[in-house]
Design a binder for this molecule. Structure first.
Ligand SMILES: Cc1ncc(COP(=O)(O)O)c(C=O)c1O
Length: 441
């Protein structure tokens, strides 16, 4: 990994960071900002790597928080976008790429009979809940503690609570979220069938949807959990929504539905479906999605879920190209092989240096957590992880050229190779060694 920095480029990066601090609210893009001495401005990405403006090379395990499943600037995606650009970037009328992508999504996603486009994962989950409310005539939704569904007012309850929530109520995650929104959001502990079913039975008449990340951040669904949700929602007339924004086309071609063998009524897709371009989608059963259909119902009974740039041809063309690449035989086996070697190697390195460390999740997306708690099955279990150690380990990785989001996830792309895994494991070992040394001091 090239860690040399050129003085002039270093000054250029420092000036850009100063401007970011001056002109961007919070100095960055949202909740997560690197400390000033390690902050960086990305100049370019290619494959599994990015380079900062100072000229430093990083092996990227953040992948833009997931979308870069093909790696950066994949030639097939670039070619598809380059072909579309001269024809225009947006029309807000039907276009060929958007229809082609819809067809591809319906063919690939087990629950999909039709799809509807959105601009971001946040919009997709917001609209999925609205669709479920319209379909059932009920107003409440149930989510799980620790589950992340984006930034709208119905998603930000009990996502990262300091204390376990008082199920089925939870605290808002963000200031500015109105308490009234929380009156329509019930929260249950992930993987706890008994408590979830008790809440569902008690509030069934009011519940429109259960929304769940089938792989909740890095927590695997316990055997029978998703099946129990499927059975109960079907019995109680509730719409089951899988949030596949992370898992879709990542943990399997057919996402979590295929991997875990449970098919919801609706599923939300984003991140990897459009080759790194901003596009999301809701996929689902035609009967439920019919509430979007202005052809067959009076305007006042149609769910409004339209946005100016939805299904624009550039993002859709990128999506079709990305899915064509992912559909090639052997893609998912290779992704899993690279990811599993990395997970196992990181855990082994941590243990060699005396740390209780685990790498929960799936091979293509997992976390590294400093905790001895087993099994890790809900949010409370995850709070046993030592976040300070996690942070310091991540900083040691960054210093050695691995781009990671501390205490979050490792995302693997199809561009990561076994040689990258070797390099990463050597770095991970050094970082654990540094941590062990400072613990002794
Ligand atoms: C599971 C899940 N759902 C929804 C979202 C929101 O997606 P977006 O950031 O595109 O709004 C995210 C974002 O990370 C996510 O991880």
């Amino acid at each position: 990994m090239d860690r040399r920095v050129d003085d002039a480029l270093s000054r250029k990066q420092a000036a850009l960071l100063a401007d970011a601090g001056r002109y961007l609210a919070g100095g960055g893009l949202g909740l997560f900002v690197l400390p000033p001495e390690r902050n960086l401005v990305v100049a370019r990405g290619e494959g599994a790597r990015v380079w900062d403006v100072a000229g430093r090379e990083y092996l990227d395990y953040h992948l833009s928080s997931g979308p870069a499943l093909l790696g950066h600037a994949h030639p097939a995606v670039m070619a598809a976008v380059a072909q579309q650009l001269p024809k225009g970037t947006t029309y807000y009328f039907l276009n060929e790429p958007e229809i082609a992508l819809a067809k591809r999504l319906v063919e690939a996603i087990p629950c999909a009979e039709v799809v509807h486009y959105a601009g971001s994962g946040t919009e997709a989950t917001l609209y999925a809940l609205r669709i479920a409310r319209a379909f059932t005539g009920r107003s409440k939704v149930l989510k799980f503690e620790g589950g992340w569904h984006g930034m709208h007012d119905y998603g930000l309850w009990g996502t990262v609570p300091a204390q376990p929530s008082a199920y089925p109520t939870a605290k808002p995650d963000s200031v500015g979220v109105p308490g009234q929104a929380g009156e329509t959001v019930l929260v249950a502990p992930f993987n706890d069938v008994q408590r979830t079913l008790a809440i569902l039975e008690e509030h069934a008449r009011d519940i429109a949807a259960v929304i769940v990340e089938p792989l909740q951040r890095v927590l695997l669904p316990a055997p029978g959990f998703l099946e129990a949700l499927r059975e109960a929602t079907r019995r109680l007339g509730i719409v089951l929504v899988f949030d596949e924004i992370v898992t879709g086309f990542r943990i399997a071609w057919g996402g979590a539905q295929e991997k875990y063998g449970v098919v919801p009524d609706l599923a939300c897709y984003g991140k990897a479906i459009s080759g790194g371009f901003p596009l999301a989608a809701i996929a689902g059963r035609a009967e439920v999605m019919a509430v979007l259909d202005a052809r067959s119902r009076p305007r006042e009974q149609v769910v409004w879920a339209t946005n100016t740039l939805n299904g624009n041809p550039v993002c859709a063309a990128a999506g079709v190209a990305a899915l064509d690449v992912l559909a090639q035989p052997g893609t998912y086996a290779r992704l899993a092989a690279v990811g599993s070697r990395l997970r196992e190697g990181i855990v082994a390195a941590g243990e060699r240096h005396g740390f209780e460390v685990q790498a929960p999740g799936e091979d293509a997306v997992f976390g590294v957590r400093f905790t001895g708690r087993r099994p890790l099955s809900n949010w409370t279990d995850l709070t046993t992880a030592d976040k300070q150690l996690g942070w310091r380990w991540a900083m040691a990785l960054l210093d050695r050229g691995l781009l990671v989001n501390p205490n979050e996830k490792f995302y693997i792309s199809i561009a990561h190779t076994h040689a990258d895994v070797d390099a990463t494991l050597a770095i991970a070992d050094e970082a654990f060694a540094e941590l062990a040394k400072s613990r002794q001091a």
